[in-house]
Design a protein around this ligand. Structure first.
Ligand SMILES: Nc1ncnc2c1ncn2[C@@H]1O[C@H](COP(=O)(O)OP(=O)(O)OP(=O)(O)O)[C@@H](O)[C@H]1O
Ligand SMILES: [Mg+2]
Length: 409
């Protein structure tokens, strides 16, 4: 046994040592005696999926109907990366999910392999740039990156190699959500010094400008993208978010309502506030307020607790808004206040599931139901704005179905 949550065992070749989390397969039925770069030809469980650039061999395997990413590293390195990912998971940070690590002995020598769960519906950055259907997401990519870096820094994580290739993106209600993927150079500190943050920002600027420059050189995108603008934009986005969260606010003793206002404002950005520190300032005439945020899952946690649905932050924010509106409508028509949980239950059974049922004909295995539902809300908003009145879900469903059908045919 290794640690409390992992199980070690020898596989059939008696050479590989597996350290895996419980509730995952044993991965024994794989050619561990071969280096990963030979698996594609020799192992039928290997699947081809888009991925970012990497120095190490990475393969995806379909094992008992789930996809996993395997990365080959020098001995002991996979264990270190696995442990950092586990700690980041505990801190509720958006990362790939660590499954375990394996020590192997192959014809090319000893190695270690990190196993993570494949991040479903994820896109490496060059896919965001290459697919014309994703063009509108390009501008959101930099927002997602800078926001991810702020979240990591708030939690004391120094990435060490922040780059587009080390990030995965998922669509999130018309925007993008960035996920951390490569922890090889990362360190977790109780808190991060300004020097380390500055150092990281410099690495990020250099790597991201380099990553976009590579796409220009490969002819994937035209060279009209202003690289110096990109750098400036990233830093400004990072700094404004960082300063917004960390700023101290001085208030008068009779302005305590501003504490709630600040918490609500941070919640609206998705940040969950764990603690508000209030101390006296200016000889007791004023109050100094600081907030401590934990993660950026405020709405997704709320939606999950109300409905059990898993959504990303922006998707959840939109849906919670819809549930809040519904709550008002039900309260008005019933003449009494309706709890949010009751409105959420109604929304799920009378709106969400029936809508997905009606959209069945355009849903396939690559569809994320929540993202589809958010597209529908966007379509409804767009149609309603043109019509100058609320067009309702049915018209939006018909219109979106037509669009998706035409795109697919
Ligand atoms: N769990 C996962 N889900 C989806 N894709 C993944 C996952 N793990 C890795 N990848 C893909 O594999 C690529 C390479 O992974 P990673 O960055 O960890 O390799 P690396 O060799 O350490 O990179 P570097 O050259 O930066 O050191 C990523 O860009 C990503 O596209
Ligand atoms: Mg990498």
């Amino acid at each position: 046994m290794e640690g409390t949550n992992t199980e070690s065992q020898f596989n059939e070749d008696q050479k590989s040592v597996f350290s895996l989390r419980p509730d995952y397969p044993d991965f024994l039925n794989l050619p561990w005696h071969l280096p990963l770069n030979e698996w594609t030809e020799k192992c039928p469980l290997v699947v081809q999926l888009p991925r970012g650039l990497s120095r190490h061999s990475v393969v995806f395997v379909n094992y008992q109907s789930r996809i996993y990413a395997l990365k080959e590293l020098p001995p002991d390195t996979a264990k270190k990366e696995y442990e950092i990912l586990r700690q980041m998971e505990e801190l509720a940070l958006p990362t790939v999910e660590p499954v375990g690590h394996v020590l192997t002995s192959t014809s090319e020598g000893d190695a270690s392999v990190l196993i993570t769960k494949y991040l479903d519906h994820s896109l490496p950055y060059h896919q965001v740039f290459m697919r014309s259907s994703l063009q509108r997401y390009r501008e959101h990519l930099l927002d997602a990156m800078s926001s991810l870096l702020v979240q990591l820094h708030l939690a004391g994580v120094y990435w060490g190699d922040c780059s587009l290739s080390n990030t995965l993106f998922r669509r999130d209600a018309g925007k993008l959500q960035a996920y951390f993927v490569d922890a090889e150079t990362s360190e977790i500190h109780p808190s991060l010094s300004d020097t380390l943050r500055e150092h990281e920002l410099e690495i990020m600027e250099e790597n991201i400008v380099g990553g976009i420059g590579d796409l220009v050189a490969m002819g994937v995108i035209s060279n009209d993208i202003q690289l110096s603008e990109t750098e400036k934009y990233l830093r400004e986005k990072y700094e404004s978010l960082w300063n917004e969260i960390n700023r101290e606010v001085i208030i008068a003793p009779d302005e305590k309502w501003r504490i709630q206002e600040r918490v609500r404002n941070l919640n609206s950005f998705g940040f969950s506030v764990d603690e508000v520190e209030v101390s006296s300032a200016e000889g007791g005439n004023r109050l100094r307020m600081r907030v401590f945020v934990t993660d950026r899952n405020f709405h997704s946690d709320l939606l999950h607790s109300l409905t059990g649905l898993e959504a990303q932050e922006e998707q959840a924010r939109r849906i919670i808004n819809e549930i809040q509106e519904l709550r008002m409508t039900i309260s008005e028509s019933g003449g009494k206040d309706t709890p949010l949980s009751v409105a959420a239950y109604y929304w799920m059974n009378e709106i969400y599931f029936p809508t997905l049922e009606e959209m069945k004909s355009v849903i396939d295995s690559s569809t994320e139901p929540i993202e589809l539902y958010c597209n529908l809300l966007e379509e409804k908003w767009y149609l309603s704005e043109h019509a100058g009145k609320d067009v309702g879900h049915s018209s939006a469903i018909e219109s979106l179905k037509k669009k998706l059908f035409n795109r697919g045919s």
